[in-house]
Design a protein around this ligand. Sequence first.
Ligand SMILES: [Zn+2]
Length: 103
Amino acid sequence: MGLFDYVLLSFKCPNCGEIEKHHEWQTKAFDRVLSTYKPGQVAETDDALIKDGKVWIHTVCKNCNKPIQARVVIKNYKLTSKIDYASHIKKRRKLSLKLAKTN
Ligand SMILES: [Zn+2]
């Protein structure tokens, strides 16, 4: 059974401001076989080839210990080093989960 893969990117904590130039993010969007993806690499899994889009990545800030969720941008089949720290999307997800439970 797979677990996750790593994506090597920079990290800037949206919570405490901690910065790391080379950080091992985790992602479950690819084949989950503990391989390491880097910017410039083709975003391909056993089931999909991604031309343009965004992939969820996760980590925990080693300074404030908060779980951080963000998305890395894929452009023209390749991973970029662009990170989208869209925390509002996570909040909306939580809200819809809550709604689903009460219904
Ligand atoms: Zn932090």
